[in-house]
Design a binder for this molecule. Sequence first.
Ligand code: SAM
Length: 311
Amino acid sequence: MSQNTQDSNFFYFLCNPGSESFLKEEIRLIYPELRFAYSTSGFLTFKETRPLGKTLRPVFCRHFGKFLKRGTLEEVRAVARELKKPVLFYSKDGEIFEDPEIVFGEYALEIIKVTVNDKDQYYLGEFKSTLLTAPWPGGFSPAKLSDMAPSRAYLKVLDGMDYVGAKLLASDHALEIGSSPGGATYALLEKGLSVEGIDPGKMDDICLNHPKFFHHNLSIQDFKVFDLKNHVQWLFVDMNLPPEGTLREIEKVVEKIKPTLKGAFITLKMTKFELTSRVPMYLTFVSNMGLKVVLATQLPSHKQEFLIYAE
Ligand SMILES: C[S@@+](CC[C@H](N)C(=O)[O-])C[C@H]1O[C@@H](n2cnc3c(N)ncnc32)[C@H](O)[C@@H]1O
């Protein structure tokens, strides 16, 4: 059965399966104008019950848009044709069927296939291509995990760089805090960067034997900033500590490397559901370190965690 939304606005959000409850809580707290309507794994819809007076950009989703129509593929295609904009077509689980180029800053349409209990439904939506939405259809990353990568964190580096459009140069130097076993470090070494890693855990030999890698084999609490080997352009943080702990521990390092820093990719682990309400505080914490928070988002390669990118 087809449905359109001429009388009320609906928004849809794609998130990593498992993050639905974080997204629902975030919307409840920060966008009370939106009321939860429907969800299935990785896909949620909300109805606008009062005019949304602020820019929408929840952290715990990869992509979102405004819902225009739901129906059969033929029905939604007919509406899309009339609107004369580029149309992406993908499924909520990551099959990409049509992927026209979308100009950054422009509006585009998308058809999202949602299959529940073997029944296909098609949602037609509209979104603006900006830094607030992922650069890939539905926020599904095209990055592939290298067979050589010591861990899946390899993908967090590739996804993060693509998302923020960061240009890491082979001549740059990166510092990773929480670097073991070495997936992210390996991704950076593959790009030609030199890397210093801080972690009491063992690094994979593929990193240890690399001439452009140095391991500070200790915890961040025991690390002395004057032991840094080089000027740092890129900071990567990925420790399995609660967010407050991570932020407190990296302060001294950020203070030291700020003059040469080009960008910081800070992954914060959502160790408890209740931390959702503290996300704005974490962003303020990073700003108070003297960095400009560019965005906060969940990447496709993230589990119960999210990225703050700051410069
Ligand atoms: C998710 S893993 C990091 C994965 C890594 N980035 C990679 O690319 O393979 C989290 C790491 O944080 C490290 N860690 C936890 N507490 C730490 C601390 N206080 N100082 C430094 N590293 C810490 C752990 O030893 C663990 O290796």
